[in-house]
Every structure is written in structure tokens, then in C-alpha cells.
Design a protein around this ligand. Sequence first.
Ligand code: BG6
Length: 478
Amino acid sequence: MSVFRDDFLWGGACAANQFEGAWDVDGKGPSVPDLCTNGSHTSPKWVTTAIRSDRLYPSHEAIDFYHHYEEDIALFAEMGFKTFRTSINWTRIFPTGMETEPNEKGLEFYDKVFDCCKKHGIEPLVTISHYELPYALVEKYNGWASRELIEFYMNYCKAIFERYKDKVKYWLTFNEINCGTMPMGAILETGTIRGFEGPTDKVPDNKQERFQALHHQFVASAEAVRYAHDHYPQFKMGCMICFITSYALTCDPADEIANQKAMQISNWFCSDMHVRGEYPSYMKRYFAENNITIRQEPEDAAILKAGTVDFYTFSYYMSNCITTHKDADDVGGNIIAGKKNPYLKASDWGWQIDPIGLRYTLNEIYDRYRIPLMVVENGLGAYDKKDADGKIHDSYRIDYLRAHIEQMAEAVKDGVDLMGYTPWGCIDLVSASTGEMAKRYGFIYVNKFDDGTGDLSREKKDSFYWYQKVIATNGEDL
Ligand code: BG6
């Protein structure tokens, strides 16, 4: 007997900017990732203030899901997907974010995508904003630093809620909102980069701006949830957190406190805002010590309280360690770097692989909130090479995913209410942190390379057949 519930949502996850391509087609405007060049593990990608002819912008073509969506969704269906997590590219619907009327062509594209999912019995799970802020809002407003963005976001939500009310039930307001608590979040999440051009690891840090921007995002998220609950009672509204599990490196109590603080700021703060609808008490001290003053309007507290989420989703790739001891080695990561854990191995990009950490994390989150959870991103970014038979035998990816699913099963046995699992990049796509194609996560290989070449053909990897079997047996045959 499977430990996973009968209606468990097995599937996969992608984000519009990382796989759609067609960046300026059918009226779409530029969003922040369209101004991001390619990079690599060792050389950071750049963000530019205008499109430069001497640079490569991977989002512009990506894997061209825009023109391959029927083929790709059919492949997802062949694997047995029950759900498909994707995002709507804000600038397809509102090219600058500031229009009053939506772009019909953009709306039609997602009609076709959701209809195709429906035809295959796949339930869409839609991220409203996945690192896809209209660039015009960066230029005019410095992104979420300005309160005006709440209204623009609500116009966007109202347009897509009404249009897709009969096609989409599950919504996530912001991808990895807690990324805004970290310097890299200025590019990915808050868009507080007006006028900045340069490598993404050199973006000037302004904590006051980032946390003020986050406040506006929390209010926007809560408004969207409240509006959805009032107008579309069939909707289920969720949050999405980049869960950065960390452990104290030593049993020195000072390390334990340092780790507790890191977990509060990086994970629990944004989670608490979404689930409990108010600023947690521990943030007062953090704001005071970092000279941060959050400007709030009198109505904000009530909005935050009224717009708490129905379910909690998160990404989980790795864990790291926190210490007060200066001699520990650093570890890599997508948006945060901690210290190396001597018990764990790491991916080629230095992300420490920790399946047991997923069980631990699921328990921690569920104990705290007691609402349904979903793992909406997990996976191994790896170099895939074709073997002599011309196929990709990605046993390393299967090992990674198997180990994590085993730990999800343990967490369910521990009592966690787990709704579903959508591994990241179910089809190869552009890496968010490095802009590479070489960092592949998919069950489906896409013939597309870092220099922009490739015929975009799709091929099944070994993991494709393995995941098909996992879904068919509801996670029993791993
Ligand atoms: C998550 C993001 O942080 O990690 C995705 O939500 C991203 O957009 C994924 O692609 C994996 O990170 P990367 O940098 O390997 O693409």
C-alpha cells in the first residue's frame, strides 16, 4: 500500500522565463530575466539596462516551449503527470505592467496551455510571479520598492483569475519570496535594481529597500489571496518558499543560536507572513539592528491578516551549515551560501545533497503550521552526456530523486500532510542562477546548448521511464 494519498499530485515544475522563449512575440514586453545574459558556474551572468547586441540572453529563445507546448505537455502526460507547475509571464499579459487592459494574445497563449493540460487530465498549478517582473516597473518604480506595484500586481491577478477561473484551481502568489531577504533577491525577486548594469554578484545591496519591497509583496500577496477567496471560492491559494535548511555546524550553543537566527530570517519570516499574516516578533530586533524601518499604511495589518494562504509549497534542493567559527569552508548554493557539511556530498555546482534534510524540513514546517504541504521544486542540476548508444543514462538523477521521495514517504509516515511533488525542470531549461543550459534537471533532454545552438529536439532520458513507473505505482516502486 502506498503511503502517499490517492490524489497525490505527482508532476513537474517549470517557470515561463526559463523555458518559454518567444520573449518579444505577440506583444510580450521585456521582464527582468530578458535583460539577463548567460553565465556559468565560475563566471556570473550579467544584468544589463538594455539589450546589447554583443551578449547572449538565454531567456529569449530558451527551449521555445511557446511553440512546443503541445509536444511537451504530451510527454508530461506520457509520464503520467497529475499536475504541471508553470508560471504566467506577467509581461505577456501586461507588457509594461502598467496597462489597464490585458494583451489578448498573451491571454490566448495560456488558454491553449491550460486547455492542452486539461485534454491530458493534468491539473495546472500556476505561479503568478516567478522572477518575471516587468522591466518597465524596474525603470520607473525601482521594482517593489514602490507601493504602486501592489495595484499593478492586483490588475494582473484580476485579469488572470477571471480569464482562467474555470481552468486553474491552484495558485502560488510569488515564487521563493524569501529570496528577497538575500542580496541576490534584488534581481530575482524585488527588482530593486534601477539603473544597475553588471555581474549579478555585484548588485549593490540595500537592505532597507529590499525589506520595504518585501513588505509591498506581502501586502500584494495577501490582497490577491483575499480577492481570490471572495470571488473564486473554488481557488486554493498557496505561498512558495525557497527552503534553505541549515544545521548548526558544531554543538557550540553559539552555533545553535546563529543557526536559529539564520532559519528565522531566511525561511520562517516570509513563511510566517504568509501563513500567520503578521510580522513575527523576532523581526523587530533584526530590523532594529540593521537600521530597517518598514513603512506601512494603516490598513496593511488587516490586509495581511485577511490574506493568509490555504497551502504551503516550497523548493528544496540542498542544506548547509551555520557556524560562528571562522575556519569552516564555504559551500555553494543558488541564493545563499553556508558552510560545508562533512557528512554530505555535493552536486557539480556545489549544492549539498541531503535527502534526510527533506524529511526534517517537512516535519518542521508541518509542526509549525498544520496546513497541507507540497514540494514544488527538487532535483539535481547535472551535466548530461550522451552514451555510445546516443541515449542519456542519468542514473545519478534517479538516485537523487529516489532518495528524496523515500524521505517524503518517511515524512508522510511521521504524520505530515503532503499534497504533491513537482520536481524542478521536468524538461531541461535555462538555469536561474547561472543562465546555463548545461545545468540540466529534466526527465526530457532538449537539444539546446550554452552558445545558443541546438535544434530544440526533445529526447527521453532514463529518468523519464523511471518517473513514469514511480507515478504509476503512486510512489511505491522506486
Ligand atoms: C529555484 C528557482 O531557486 O531553483 C528556479 O525557483 C531555479 O527558478 C531552481 O531554476 C534551480 O536553480 P538553478 O539556478 O539551478 O536554475
